[in-house]
Design a protein around this ligand. Structure first.
Ligand SMILES: [Zn+2]
Length: 318
């Protein structure tokens, strides 16, 4: 797949709702942007790579002049097989990106006028899948590491989440089974730079084996000391924002098996809160939608991604 320079794309992205409406007024406008994001403006045959293609089926598909293969605009992307116009998807992307705290399935259903909540839900999950992995640079140089229990309102059990946070910077979150040494090690390896200085509390899982060569400061604090100067304050702030977001935007209605997807969305927004803003988020989401392989509703439902980063058959994100 052709890689385009996303910076030019997002710089050009509409900045207000009015600009957005004007820029993406028609299906053709949205397709042009999609083609720009996916192929750098020049669509190519998915089978042979030829750019000698013409549009068929009202512009939703290209047919190759060389091999006859038909390539749909959305095939091989997260939006594969969508029956809805791109214009609707762009609208949903704008909504999810411009609301600082995101959007719930119910909100999206109402805004888009979907007949069923299930449709809104699966749209949100696809968009959420596009909200990961666009920054893979490990955290550093000063990183705090902590864990928290997160659970839905009234939920009998809580889920464990590992949190790594740069001081006033980016965060990474992982839904994990436990915080033993091996788990902490996999998390640190994937998310924290090898030369980072890491601050933790006194938990035994944070040690030489799990953190390797990184400089490690284990700070054991009493409650009073913590009130004075919290050694892992960025983590604690992140956790409290996360909990508020889960309850506020999603009414605590997050199933355990989908928690990682919500954590990814939270981190994605959090990590872009200062520099990029809504516009950049929306452009990034589109860029990720074209780059990600398809996901069916079934596959979303079946994906019990309890430990997407840490489970036996999943590699940590690069
Ligand atoms: Zn071809």
């Amino acid at each position: 797949m052709t890689q385009v320079m996303p910076d030019d794309l997002w710089r050009d992205f509409p900045k207000t709702a009015t600009e957005f409406e004007a820029r993406f007024a028609t299906e053709a406008d949205c397709r042009a942007y999609w083609i720009e994001a996916r192929w750098g403006g020049e669509p190519a045959c998915a089978r042979c790579g030829s750019t000698r293609v013409w549009t068929i089926r009202e512009g939703t598909t290209f047919e190759c002049a060389d091999c006859g293969h038909q390539t749909s605009l959305t095939s091989g992307t997260l939006l594969e097989k969508t029956r809805k116009p791109l214009k609707m998807w762009f609208r949903a992307i704008f909504e999810i990106s411009t609301r600082r705290t995101g959007i719930s399935g119910k909100d999206l259903q109402r805004i888009m006028g979907f007949g069923s909540y299930k449709t809104a839900w699966s749209w949100l999950h696809k968009l959420r899948a596009a909200m990961v992995r666009s920054d893979s640079e490990p955290l550093g140089p000063f990183v705090q590491l902590d864990e928290a229990l997160v659970g839905g309102k009234g939920s009998p059990h809580k889920e464990l989440v590992l949190v790594a946070a740069e001081a006033n910077g980016r965060v990474r979150l992982a839904h994990v089974e436990n915080n033993d040494e091996g788990t902490c090690k996999r998390f640190a390896e994937g998310q924290i730079a090898g030369d980072a200085h890491v601050v933790t509390d006194g938990h035994a899982g944070y040690n030489r084996d799990s953190l390797g060569e990184r400089r490690h400061e284990a700070v054991v604090q009493t409650k009073a000391e913590r009130r004075e100067s919290d050694a892992v304050q960025s983590c604690h702030w992140t956790i409290s924002l996360l909990k508020r977001w889960l309850v506020g935007t999603h009414a605590g209605a997050v199933r355990d098996k989908h928690l990682q997807a919500y954590l990814d969305e939270f981190a994605f927004r959090h990590n872009r809160r200062k520099t990029s803003g809504a516009v950049r988020i929306a452009a990034r989401v589109i860029e990720q939608l074209v780059a990600h392989p398809p996901k069916t509703r079934r596959s979303i439902i079946d994906a019990t991604r309890r430990c997407r980063w840490l489970g036996s058959n999943h590699a940590a994100p690069a």
